[in-house]
Design a binder for this molecule. Structure first.
Ligand code: PFF
Length: 453
């Protein structure tokens, strides 16, 4: 079904929904963003905070999105309209806006990944320095062209429709990601730098945590939301295709476990390679992973083959997340304006391409979009959605979370209390700290960039 009229599509199987949600969660957030956040924020200290946020904040917040999506059976904006008063429609608008912003730079980074598949195959960064190679492809015409190619792939898949496009592609992509990553992590384990890498990555240093909490907290919260695809209604839209006999908590647990496992696995691949090549994981910025992994690949045996495998896997993961980002906007256009899927997807894809174009001017633009999206917009989105549900729809939320469960007992109340009190407090604090981080970025690196123009 591809028009605004008639019966909505639904997932053909339960595993289809889980795979699609995992496909959305697992992406550049796990592979590109997670390792460089770990590197920037002090190694294992960040990892611990991040894991705590995923379990204590991300998981309960995910259930809120599931409840809203399945209860209403609508796209993000429609769902908010049904749950809120007229004023709340701005929250739906915010979600669509966040989808636009995230996908616009996500696609640029996705384009870098596509470029690196070719670069690895040809051994391009093996002759030049890895840093120079990154600079040569990360901005300018190359970046713009590959940004366009990435968006074209996403538009083509989503244009085919939820079931044929998203579900089928994810059924192939997710198992591929897990298999290839397991092989690469096994390979990384055999490297000389592995032991040092594991202790950096897995042994938290409390002092680091205490001294840097003001930047670690918003970074960990932002990363938790980004990686779990929360705070902008992706999970509302996906859960809207779900049937009532589904146990939401169990589905949520599988998604969180899969996603976290893949992030941890990504670190187990990236850090041993970096340490073996003597590359400092703290090298900051959006290019850190590309530069350092590429540099490492030039030094290790079979680097070219591993490079193609690595970046092809990252590309698969990125596409499966990008389709969920655009699906929020597309399903909105279909449900609210009765547009057909294909023209809606084409038009939206083109607009997102345009919004992403400035990101190809300089890599500092990635940070400009990324910090705003992860540390501010997603947190605001989640906070508002939680408030809407906890303040106005407690009974409905409790009723919905119980469906498909034999006896939830007091767990339902506990869940509502957790999202309503501690989660809101932590997110509020995190938002303040995130705003502070962003202001510092605007006054520092971004101001420097502007004055260099
Ligand atoms: N979770 C995706 C990733 O980790 O790459 C990115 C993402 C998708 C973020 C969907 C937000 C979202 F709503």
């Amino acid at each position: 079904m591809s028009t605004g009229e008639g019966v909505r599509e639904s997932w053909s199987t339960r595993i289809g929904f889980i795979l699609a949600a995992v496909g959305s969660a697992v992406g550049l957030g796990n592979i590109w963003r997670f390792p460089f956040q770990v590197g920037q924020e002090g190694g294992a200290a960040f990892l611990v905070m991040y894991l705590a946020f995923v379990v204590l904040i991300g998981f309960p917040a995910m259930l809120v999105e599931f409840v809203v999506g399945r209860r209403t059976g609508l796209n993000t904006v429609g769902a908010i309209k049904e749950f809120g008063t007229a004023r709340w429609r701005y929250l739906g608008g915010l979600f669509v806006f966040i989808g636009f912003v995230i996908l616009s730079y996500y696609s640029v980074v996705g384009g870098w990944v596509l470029r690196y598949i070719l670069g690895s195959g040809r051994g391009s960064y093996m002759d030049a320095s890895a840093g120079e190679y990154f600079v040569s492809i990360a901005s300018g015409t190359d970046a713009l062209v590959f940004h366009a190619i990435f968006m074209a792939i996403v538009v083509a898949i989503v244009g085919l429709g939820v079931q044929r496009g998203i579900e089928l592609s994810v059924k192939i992509m997710v198992p591929a990601i897990i298999a290839i990553f397991a092989i690469l992590a096994g390979y990384a384990f055999t490297l000389d730098g592995a032991a040092e890498a594991y202790s950096y990555y897995l042994q938290p240093n409390l002092d680091v945590l205490i001294n840097n909490w003001a930047s670690i907290v918003p970074a960990a919260a932002g990363q938790a939301f980004f990686t779990l695809s929360l705070g902008m209604g992706v999970m509302i839209t996906y859960a809207s295709y779900l049937s009532e006999d589904e146990n939401l908590a169990i589905d949520g647990t599988s998604i969180v476990v899969f996603n976290t496992g893949i992030s941890i696995l990504a670190g187990l691949i990236v850090f041993p390679i970096l340490f073996t090549a003597g590359v400092d994981p703290e090298t900051s910025g959006a290019g850190a992973i590309f530069i350092s992994v590429a540099q490492a690949l030039t030094d290790i045996p079979l680097g070219q083959v591993i490079g193609v495998l690595f970046f092809a896997t990252v590309a698969i993961a990125a596409v499966s997340s990008a389709i969920s980002l655009i699906e929020v906007v597309v399903s909105y256009a279909i449900d609210e304006f009765g547009m057909d899927r294909v023209p809606a997807t084409l038009a939206i894809g083109f607009l997102i391409f345009l919004l992403g174009a400035p990101v190809t001017v300089d890599t500092v633009m990635v940070d400009l979009y990324d910090i705003l999206a992860a540390q501010i917009l997603l947190v605001i989105g989640a906070l508002l959605l939680i408030s809407l549900v906890v303040i106005f729809h407690t009974e409905e939320a409790l009723d919905e979370i119980q469906k498909g469960v034999t006896d939830l007992g007091w767990w339902g109340y506990l869940w509502l209390w957790i999202v309503g009190v501690p989660v809101v407090i932590v997110l509020g604090v995190s938002l303040m700290l995130g705003l502070d981080t962003y202001v510092k970025f605007l006054q520092g690196p971004f101001a420097d960039f502007l004055s260099s123009l």
